[in-house]
Design a protein around this ligand. Structure first.
Ligand SMILES: *[C@@H]1O[C@H](CO)[C@@H](O)[C@H](O)[C@H]1NC(C)=O
Ligand SMILES: *[C@@H]1O[C@H](CO)[C@@H](O)[C@H](O)[C@H]1NC(C)=O
Ligand SMILES: *[C@@H]1O[C@H](CO)[C@@H](O)[C@H](O)[C@H]1NC(C)=O
Ligand SMILES: *[C@@H]1O[C@H](CO)[C@@H](O)[C@H](O)[C@H]1NC(C)=O
Ligand SMILES: *[C@@H]1O[C@H](CO)[C@@H](O)[C@H](O)[C@H]1NC(C)=O
Ligand SMILES: *[C@@H]1O[C@H](CO)[C@@H](O)[C@H](O)[C@H]1NC(C)=O
Ligand SMILES: *[C@@H]1O[C@H](CO)[C@@H](O)[C@H](O)[C@H]1NC(C)=O
Length: 499
């Protein structure tokens, strides 16, 4: 016999489902009347949250009206809560246009002292909030940071050009802090030594502000650090010798400060886990020290635009850097030959050696590195025959350049060759191998060449998990309700049977 569900039974099932959903709605309604979902929230905590948010988004924002139960049934986008002692507290506050309905800042947004009354705040992020186009600028120099010293684990100010002044020294009291990101703001002044008290820090990003002065040697004591990024400021002076103690470090970026100088410390060789070293755009000197080969995990090494660096490429046993994928040494005053040992960098994708004073003939094996996709040799004093296969020039296109080496020539293949597969700006050798005297044009899109590295830089951005717990806002009040629910469904079933 075939089983079939007749229309009346179907109707009854629908009725059952409908009544169940009605029940759950009315249940939520009851909860509304009884304050919040399950646990209460301290009056003071709730008021502090409303006032803190009002400081950012403007006086029009009436929290108690719009969000009477911010940790329960009226959640606020960007606010996360957690239970302590059976009460709700705000654990994370994220301000800024991340989602469609995120809290956005008013033109006269401000940091108010109410923030510091949130007793269990572990994470604060203020993104794209204080804009410089207004006359109104905001200072973080509030002395109250110490009040969050036992709770705050992550603090982030990002893309706030209107955030000016100096880093307050009281930030140094946030002893639980694991991540401090102060990126693309209008902050100036020296880096406070007190930051070195933040011994739990795993990530310290101070990039793209207007910080001046030296990098405090005390930063070398932050030995849990995985990421240290002080790039794009106006820092000067030497790279502290103490940085040799940052042995956990994965990423060190001090690029584009313009005035960092002095010799590279030999202690850099201790950073055996470092995958990115970027000190480009400064005034370092003293050449490529041999100790660099101790950084055996390096994937990217960028030192370009340090015209005073000098030295040569033979000081390093390149075979030790087996993970190296990008090596950018353009415009560093390098002299001497390109050593054969560089052709042992089997993972190399990007090699930038342009605008130096390199001599000799480039090793032909460079062209047969398995992953090589960008090779810049232009603007040197390379000589002799460029002995790469014709297919190489075609494959590389604009990502190969050797122009502006007056005494370098290339040998056309004996077989007919396509006009595309020629190294731009390099003369064909005359019979017998001498460079012919005809000069060819060397106008090239230089910008496109630097693009290659930018892309690479983005590719290998290191994501580091900081082990922060994710917290749900879910109340616990639903468990007891399932019993009531079952009782009700039984009742409905009974009704159904009667019908
Ligand atoms: C809310 O519920 C709790 C526990 O379920 C109860 O103790 C309290 O009296 C209720 N409050 C109101 C206003 O109904
Ligand atoms: C918010 O609204 C409530 C009632 O609608 C009112 O009593 C309260 O004063 C308002 N608060 C602010 C800060 O405007
Ligand atoms: C929990 O309550 C006790 C007693 O009221 C208090 O001493 C303690 O500090 C509270 N803990 C938290 C995390 O608020
Ligand atoms: C950086 O410092 C130099 C001189 O030390 C100064 O001329 C320049 O204006 C500074 N730049 C910024 C953005 O502060
Ligand atoms: C370096 O990395 C390895 C592997 O990830 C890890 O086991 C080691 O602890 C790290 N060294 C330091 C000093 O953190
Ligand atoms: C290039 O090398 C030649 C000799 O090979 C030398 O005369 C010339 O000065 C060098 N030019 C530069 C810029 O080093
Ligand atoms: C190559 O240059 C050398 C030195 O300038 C010259 O003696 C020789 O004749 C040249 N060879 C050819 C084939 O032009």
């Amino acid at each position: 016999m075939k089983m079939s569900v007749g229309p009346p039974l179907c109707f009854l099932i629908m009725l059952l489902l409908l009544s169940l959903s009605l029940f759950s709605v009315s249940c939520r309604g009851q909860e509304q009347e009884n304050g919040s979902s399950g646990a209460p929230m301290e009056r003071g905590e709730q008021e502090a949250l409303y006032s803190a948010i009002q400081g950012f988004v403007g006086k029009w924002w009436n929290g108690s009206d719009l969000y009477p139960d911010p940790c329960g049934w009226t959640p606020i986008q960007g606010v996360e809560c957690d239970l302590y002692n059976g009460s709700w507290y705000v654990s994370a506050l994220n301000i800024g246009p991340v989602y469609e309905n995120s809290l956005r800042c008013a033109p006269d947004a401000e940091l108010t002292h109410h923030l510091f009354e949130l007793k269990h705040l572990t994470s604060l992020s203020v993104y794209s909030c204080f804009s410089s186009t207004r006359r109104n600028t905001v200072r973080v120099s509030i002395s109250s940071w110490g009040r969050l010293s036992n709770t705050l684990e992550s603090l982030e100010f990002r893309s706030n050009p209107g955030l000016v002044g100096t880093i307050p020294t009281s930030i140094g009291s946030l002893k639980q802090l694991q991540s401090l990101v102060i990126l693309e703001n209008g902050l100036t002044g020296p880096l406070p030594m007190e930051l070195a008290n933040l011994i739990s820090l795993k990530r310290l990003v101070l990039s793209s502000n207007g910080f001046v002065g030296q990098i405090p040697p005390a930063f070398g004591g932050l030995n849990s650090l995985l990421i240290l990024d002080c790039s794009r400021n106006n820092l000067s002076g030497p790279l502290p010798l103490t940085f040799g103690g940052l042995t956990s470090l994965l990423k060190l970026d001090l690029s584009s400060n313009g005035n960092l100088d002095g010799f590279l410390p030999r202690e850099l060789g201790n950073l055996r886990n470092l995958t990115l070293l970027d000190i480009g755009g400064n005034k370092f000197s003293g050449g490529l020290i041999r100790d660099i080969q101790g950084m055996i995990s390096l994937k990217e090494m960028v030192m370009s635009n340090n015209p005073t660096l000098r030295g040569d490429l033979t000081s390093i046993e390149w075979a030790n850097l087996q993970d190296l994928e990008a090596l950018e040494l353009s415009y560093t005053g390098l002299t001497g030959r390109i050593p054969e040992s560089m052709t042992q960098l089997k993972r190399l994708r990007f090699l930038g050696l342009s605008d130096n004073s390199l001599l000799g003939t480039p090793p032909p094996e460079l062209a047969s590195l398995p992953y090589i996709s960008s090779l810049y040799l232009n603007g040197n004093n390379l000589t002799g025959q460029l002995d790469f296969p014709g297919t190489f020039y075609g494959k590389m296109g604009r990502r190969f350049s050797a122009w502006n080496n007056p005494n370098l020539c290339w040998r056309p293949p004996l077989t007919p060759w396509s006009a595309v597969n020629v190294p731009v700006g390099v003369r064909p050798c005359s019979e017998g191998g001498n460079a012919s005297s005809s000069r060819s044009g060397s106008s090239l899109l230089v910008t496109e060449m630097s693009e290659g590295l930018d892309v690479l830089h983005q590719d290998s951005q290191i994501e580091v998990s900081l082990g922060c717990r994710s917290r749900g806002v879910d109340g616990s009040g639903w468990g007891s309700r399932s019993k009531e629910m079952m009782a009700l469904s039984a009742w409905v079933l009974l009704l159904v049977v009667f019908v």
